[in-house]
Design a protein around this ligand. Structure first.
Ligand code: ATP
Length: 991
């Protein structure tokens, strides 16, 4: 069954699907029945053409079966036998298409019908002419009789047979749409493949002697030395390392099938990827020795390829004409490839002269489309070739744009005019190669920097260790320098805000994909889609830091859903980790196919933070996310989101993503602009921020406190709303602007909500600037589990109203299930960020659409901005723990946090209470139900929270609080080992 892969079918079928499935079942039944009837046909049974009044019916399908079989034989003759198979085939085809709602193409239906008719008529006619009759039926049935009778007088027996055969072929094509040319191609290809295999096997058993420098050097058997060897066969003092002096059988090279050759993974993968149907024939093993001939320059030739040889096969003019001794001495002198690279320019010039003189077969040509099979030959490259290959890319100082430099050559070798149609994208006026090139130029400098910073870090640690030792160690073992907190003696930074040098500098060491490889992949994509009968043309290639997008122009009538369904098959066919299909590219009539790059670049946070886009952002809460597929920085404003849901499986890069957001805020916002409440059930991820002046309260790790913190936010939100109403503004920015304006005008605004007695002041205090508050919850599912439904209500309440009051939520979870990301939460949090998830359902839970299951992990994400339906693929920026530490220490040195005490208190005042909740605070403020619960507990002798919850129909939190109050009043004992509490109060009298 051709199931649409990657798509989970709905459990219940639609109306049409039900009918089709019933049709399938009935079709199978009818086919089986007909088969039984035909096979057990007995000419003596009563039927349309036979009369019998008595006796039992012999046909196993009964009297009806006998009639059916008789009719079938009468009509189609011996061709009645394949009828059940045809029936089965037709029902199966109809059934398997049940998921595809293709628009009715009457041309196709018409040709199919015509084809079927032709097939029937010609098959019956041919059977009638060529087969023996069965029983009393004509072998072609009545149809065959008619056809034969009509055509025989016109064409005679031979002519009729020929005409019918050709018409049969026409009918076949009309019905199935399979081209005979393809059939012929297929047969040819299989035959060639088998011949090649056979030849390979045969040749594999006969070792071949390959002679190096075949064109220039006389066969060694013709040399005087060889003659001496022949004369003195016992001579043993031959230099084993000398390729010319060794006996020819010592360097005998036995060609083996490619699969047997030990190759590096990369080479094997490349070979697999590059093998397109068109190139398979060309890559027949018979080419191998011929192609590898120029490469047999070194004795090391037959060694398996080493790591240094994992380079794409390309032109290699340097190697031509250089003698073995030259190369060996160079290698001995310069085992550092960079030195070799420095010399390559000079040698290139020399080599160019020499290579012009060389015989044609000794030159390695530019790889062209037809040479794709050569890629599989990578294992036969010598180390020298790969080194000089590196030279080609590394030592091209004056070629700014390597692709452009090679473009003219490439255009020449692409004789196929359509190549020019493919646009290889450079979105930002700066190609992928340029970026990587710049990064690799900077690499050497970076190395030096790295060394410096390592040294600095080391010395810093030593200093800290000494300081720690000087301090009185308050407990043995706790004076370990690695345990001591680092916030002592931090020098105060001089810059107003943290600088980018606190972050790891970008250092890319990634070989970008060549233009040729991209085009090859594009062709492969087209070929693979053609295998699935999808006609599409690659019209644009956009290489990015992590993936490359191929834009496809689909043939008219091809539905994009077919390609989406094939995502996994395509990934397999293209040997890719995952393929994501972008069904709609806004503003373009194409679809996108996103394939992971072979070499993935890391997106460093310092790069993205330093981007023009982020630098120029003016919003109140700017954050960076990473790079988009084209390598452009993606930045957003949290205040516009205004809340964000982050989800992805464990290890997908959520925490790094959240850290990047926090760091971006720390880079742009002062504590008076933005404050954080961080909730971290995992106790590891956000605790690192403890002590920065932006915190409103210490990082919350206890989930009960987390509930209180959210409650405080609700109270703060209500307070802010009242203030804004009193000041007459509609949002936080307006409020802050108005305060500033009033202060500048000499009329600072006093708190209009202040009442005497609220504080010890005589007059209402002045209103102060209100910062935005960002509430970050690192594992939201934990919070939901521990605190329960209340959290959902608090979050929903905050999410609905908090936007204007400048309170923003960032909720991260690794469990994107509907019990965590509930409808209520989803409806109120419009911005979503999905990292890799395991299933399409999870992706739908987060984004309301699939796609996140095809991401590549390590910060690869889909970002759905508020109010949009198109996701943006972003490769998340990477911030290491050291980066976070540095920025945190920088802020810690600038100031201490001023925590607000009440945030984690359970008594938040009436404003933070949810509907139906009552305030219950400290010891003196007993819950309204306290007396009743005390009476109940004393009477029932059970002091469990759940008992109180059930009896009084109250939430867990409140019940737990009341029970704690009972404990404080000595009515119940503290919980024992098993969590049960003993009732200490005496039972009521009369019990
Ligand atoms: N943007 C990125 N670039 C490169 N590597 C990344 C990126 N983001 C994450 N990683 C890598 O993935 C690893 C896991 O990331 P992270 O800890 O953020 O995952 P997580 O989803 O938070 O997992 P968990 O839920 O278990 O904490 C990181 O240690 C890092 O090596």
């Amino acid at each position: 069954m051709r199931k649409v892969r990657g798509k989970t079918q709905p459990i219940r079928l639609s109306g049409g699907q039900r009918l089709l499935e019933s049709f399938l079942i009935i079709g199978i039944l009818a086919a089986v029945y007909l088969m039984v009837a035909l096979v057990s046909f007995n000419p003596a049974d009563p039927s349309w053409s036979q009369t019998a009044w008595q006796g039992t019916v012999q046909n196993k399908a009964g009297a009806f079966g006998a009639m059916v079989a008789d009719t079938a034989f009468f009509t189609f003759g011996s061709l009645a036998y394949p009828l059940p198979l045809v029936m089965l085939g037709v029902t199966w085809i109809m059934f398997r298409r049940r998921g595809e709602r293709e628009s009715a193409d009457y041309m196709i239906y018409g040709t199919r019908l015509l084809g079927l008719l032709l097939l029937f008529l010609t098959s019956c006619g041919l059977a009638d002419l060529n087969f023996d009759d069965i029983w009393y039926f004509s072998s072609g049935g009545v149809i065959g009789d008619v056809v034969a009778n009509l055509t025989l007088p016109l064409f005679s027996l031979l002519g009729t047979t020929l005409v019918l055969m050709f018409l049969w072929a026409v009918g076949f094509t009309l019905l199935t749409g399979i081209s005979w040319l393809r059939v012929v191609d297929g047969i040819g290809e299989t035959t060639l493949g088998m011949l090649g295999w056979l030849l390979n096997r045969i040749r594999g058993e006969q070792p071949q002697t390959l002679t190096p420098f075949a064109a220039d050097i006389p066969d060694e058997s013709q040399t005087a030395y060889a003659a001496r060897l022949v004369n003195n066969p016992d001579e043993t003092d031959i230099d084993e390392d000398d390729v010319l002096l060794r006996r020819s059988e010592r360097i005998a090279y036995t060609p083996r099938p490619l699969a047997d050759i030990q190759v590096s993974d990369t080479a094997a993968e490349k070979h697999a990827r590059m093998q397109s149907p068109q190139t398979e024939v060309k890559s027949s093993p018979s080419h191998a020795p011929v192609q590898s001939e120029p490469a047999i320059v070194m004795p090391e030739r037959s060694k398996p390829v080493t790591a240094s040889a994992r380079q794409p096969l390309g032109s290699n003019p340097d190697i031509a004409g250089v003698t073995i001794d030259d190369l060996q001495s160079q290698l001995a002198e310069n085992d550092d490839y960079s030195v070799y690279a420095a010399e390559s320019e000079e040698r290139q010039a020399d080599a160019q002269v020499v290579s012009d003189d060389l015989p044609a077969q000794n030159r390695v040509d530019e790889p062209s489309i037809g040479d794709l099979s050569l890629v599989g030959e990578a294992p036969v490259m010598s180390e020298y070739e790969s080194v000089s290959e590196q030279d080609d890319t590394v030592a091209a100082p004056d070629a700014d744009l390597p692709w452009e430099a090679e473009a003219s050559d490439d255009e020449e070798c692409l004789d196929d005019g359509r190549e020019a149609d493919i646009e290889i994208g450079v979105h930002d006026g700066m190609s992928e190669l340029e970026r990587a090139g710049m990064a690799s130029d900077a690499e050497y400098d970076d190395d030096a920097d790295d060394e410096e910073s390592d040294e600095e870090a080391f010395q810093r640690k030593i200093r800290e260790a000494q300081q720690a030792q000087q301090q009185q160690a308050y407990a043995a073992g706790l004076d370990n320098p690695f345990l001591v907190k680092k916030d002592v003696d931090l020098p105060k930074p001089t810059s107003p805000m943290p600088t980018l040098d606190l972050l790891q500098p970008p250092s890319q060491n990634v070989q970008p994909t060549s233009e040729e490889e991209l085009k090859n992949t594009a062709r492969l994509v087209e070929a693979k889609l053609a295998d699935y009968k999808i006609k599409a043309k690659v019209v644009g290639i956009y290489p990015g830091p992590v993936i490359t997008r191929y834009e496809l122009d689909l043939a008219p009538g091809v539905k994009v859903s077919r390609i989406s369904g094939l995502a996994k098959d395509l990934a397999r066919a293209l040997s890719a980790y995952a393929v994501r299909v972008v069904e709609v590219i806004p503003g373009k009539p194409y679809i996108g196919l996103e394939l992971p790059n072979e070499n993935r670049e890391t997106v460093y946070m310092s790069e993205v933070l330093g981007s023009e886009r982020f630098m120029n952002m003016r919003g109140p809460l700017p954050i960076v996310l990473g790079y988009d597929i084209a390598g452009e920085a993606v930045a957003a404003d949290l205040s516009k989101m205004p809340h964000l849901l982050v989800a992805g499986t464990t290890g997908s890069g959520k925490s790094v993503g959240v850290n990047v957001m926090i760091l971006s805020l720390l880079y742009k916002c002062k504590p008076e602009d933005c404050r954080f409440i961080m909730i971290d059930p995992k106790m590891l991820e956000l605790s690192i921020y403890e002590g920065i002046p932006h915190l409103l309260t210490e990082v919350v790790t206890d989930m009960k406190d987390a509930g209180n913190a959210l409650r405080w936010c609700v109270g703060e939100m209500e307070r802010r709303y009242k203030l804004m109403a009193a000041v007459g503004v509609r949002n936080l920015a307006g409020y802050n602007a108005k305060l500033k304006e009033a202060a500048a005008a000499g009329h600072p605004i006093h708190d209009p909500l202040w009442k005497p007695g609220d504080s010890l002041d005589e007059h209402p205090p002045l209103l102060e600037k209100m910062p935005s508050i960002v509430v970050i919850v690192d594992e939201f599912a934990d919070l939901m589990m521990v605190v329960g439904k209340k959290v959902e209500e608090l979050i929903a309440r905050l999410a609905q109203k908090a936007r204007a009051s400048g309170i923003h939520l960032v909720l991260a979870t690794q469990r994107p299930s509907v019990d965590v990301i509930t409808g209520l939460i989803k409806a109120n949090i419009p911005s979503r960020m999905a990292f890799t998830v395991s299933t399409k359902t999870d992706s739908r839970t987060i984004l309301d659409q699939g796609g996140a299951e095809s991401l590549l992990g390590m910060g690869d994400m889909l970002y759905l901005p508020a109010g949009q339906s198109h996701t943006i693929r972003v490769h998340g920026a990477f911030a290491s723990d050291d980066d976070v530490h540095n920025v945190v220490n920088d802020w810690k040195a600038r100031g201490k946090p001023q925590y607000i005490d009440g945030i984690l208190n359970s008594d938040q005042g009436s404003e933070a209470m949810l509907p139906g909740e009552t305030s219950s605070g400290g010891e003196d403020d007993l819950d309204q139900l306290f007396d009743q619960v005390a009476a109940f507990v004393a009477e029932s002798r059970r002091g469990s929270v759940s008992g109180v919850q059930r009896r009084f129909k109250i939430g867990y939190n409140r019940a737990a609080r009341i029970v704690e109050q009972l404990e404080a009043h000595g009515i119940v004992s503290p919980p024992g080992h098993n969590g049960n509490r003993e009732v200490l109060a005496p039972a009521p009298a009369g019990d």
